[in-house]
Design a protein around this ligand. Structure first.
Ligand code: ADP
Length: 454
């Protein structure tokens, strides 16, 4: 009920009667009655004002409580509100509802943003206008290998000691300039980071930086570059020899009955080398691109070793070496028969190649801890510890001259490693310089293998 509507009917007659009595000079009793009515009206006006004040106080308290996160329902215990107060309360209610909805939307948006940022593999930081980090995602800390906790509140220079990055952040904050830089961080795990620094927005001072770990990418690029350089180098040697001798023959040596056959022999040997190199390269590239699909079957390792040994035996016998096999006939692996034989052939060929005349090569087979194990052991030149982890890389040779003299392509062990990986196996080496080497291969054991377990 409006206040005005309550008071006017009370006040108006009393005022009118009192005024008329006074103007018409009416009886004193009537005048007194009018005065009493006026006083009553004024009292009732006072009572109504008090009611309104109380309701407003209550509404104010209630509104404050809701603002501070209290109950959002209307305050109980007020039987009837004055219409003005009820109107005001309605307006406050709708304002509160709108603010709550907007607040919920903002909270949802902030949570989505945090989830997206934390889901990224790239590291992200956001700075304020002064270049101080005010926000970062989870991926950033491992990328920076930072021990600072938290990252927020730090200046870029405190997180990465790099002037270029610091300058880029300041340029983004002050001149709204974007930049891209690549940094290599030293330490336990050296890494290369590609960093993009951008200003936030025209009306939002500050900058954002996105850190992308490109260590593996750069490493692969280097491997690829080295590979191309190595292949060119490897191909150039035999090609130069073939061309040189062919030109010499053309230049007249063809009629030399002593030199001509020697030169043709060299050309033949070099062309064989070229084709071996190309074959090995093709095999490796097929393996790496997973083009070859190995056909897994049960492989009798004794047979595979015997076939590989037969291939190298003429060479071994030519050097007065003994090749002996000690592989149990019942030892069956799961693998591609052709690939297993190729692995053993490469290892045996190396053993014969890098073992001086009169040495020996032994092949042992066993089942150990549920896997097939074959060891190719020689009494050759051996490999220093610092080279042992690298000899499985393409074109890595301990002694380039010796490898080439022996007709090696530098790809044999890389092929071994890839073939075994494709068959769920692995290869390891143990070696002592001048004592000999043992290359051990592991392959899954076939269920029907009857070899004794070791
Ligand atoms: P290569 O064609 O040069 O033999 P590999 O990939 O087969 O290439 O071997 C890489 C290098 O590992 C060789 O150049 C050699 O230095 C070393 N190596 C491999 N097998 C043996 C071994 N049995 N004894 C000593 N060194 C070996």
């Amino acid at each position: 009920m409006p206040l005005r509507a309550t008071l006017l009917p009370l006040l108006l007659p009393a005022v009118v009667v009192a005024t008329l009595v006074a103007l018409l000079d009416g009886p004193k009793e009537v005048f007194a009655a009018a005065l009493v009515a006026l006083a009553g009206s004024l009292m009732s006006l006072g009572v109504s004002r008090g009611t309104m004040q109380r309701q407003l106080d209550l509404l104010a308290r209630h509104t404050r409580e809701r603002a501070e996160g209290g109950a959002s329902t209307a305050a109980p215990g007020v039987p009837e509100r004055l219409d003005e107060v009820a109107g005001l309360e309605g307006a406050i209610d709708s304002l509160h509802a709108q603010l709550s909805a907007r607040n919920a939307a903002l909270t949802q948006e902030a949570r989505t943003l945090t989830a997206v940022l934390d889901g990224m593999t790239e590291g992200v930081w956001v700075t304020d206008a002064e270049g101080t980090v005010v926000r970062n995602n989870d991926a950033l800390r491992p990328l920076l290998a930072s021990t600072s906790s938290p990252l927020t509140g730090q200046r870029p220079l405190a997180l990465i000691r790099n002037e270029a990055l610091h300058d880029a952040v300041m340029r983004a904050c002050r001149e709204s300039a974007s930049s891209h830089l690549e940094l290599t961080l030293d330490g336990h795990f050296p890494r290369t980071l590609s960093i993009r620094v951008t200003p936030l927005a025209k009306d939002l001072p500050g900058s954002a930086a996105v850190f992308h770990d490109v260590t593996e990418l750069r490493r692969l690029e280097k491997v690829r570059k080295d590979f191309v350089a190595n292949v060119s180098h490897e191909l150039r040697t035999p090609i130069t020899a073939v061309r040189g001798y062919a030109e010499t023959l053309q230049g007249g040596a063809l009629n030399d009955p002593v030199m001509a056959p020697k030169m043709v022999e060299i050309i033949h040997r070099q062309s064989e080398r070229l084709s071996e190199l190309v074959e090995d390269l093709l095999e490796l590239s097929r393996l790496e691109s997973r083009e070859v699909s190995l056909k897994l079957a049960r492989v009798t390792l004794a047979d595979a070793a015997a076939r590989a040994a037969d291939t190298v035996r003429p060479k071994a016998e030519g050097k007065g070496q003994v090749v002996s096999l000690h592989v149990p006939p019942g030892l069956l692996a799961v693998g591609d028969p052709r690939a297993v034989e190729q692995v053993l052939l490469n290892l045996l060929d190396n053993a014969v190649k890098y073992t001086p005349a009169g040495g020996r090569v032994d092949v042992y087979g066993a089942c150990e801890q549920g896997r097939c194990v074959v060891r190719v052991k020689d009494t050759g030149v051996g490999i220093e510890a610092r080279h042992q982890s690298r000899i499985f890389e393409r074109f890595y040779r301990v002694d380039k001259g010796r490898s080439r003299d022996m007709g090696g392509t530098g790809l044999g062990l890389a092929i071994v490693k890839h073939l075994l990986q494709a068959m769920d196996g692995e290869v390891k080496v143990e070696s002592e310089p001048n004592e000999g080497s043992t290359f051990t291969i592991f392959l899954p054991l076939a269920a029907s293998s009857s070899a004794a377990t070791g």
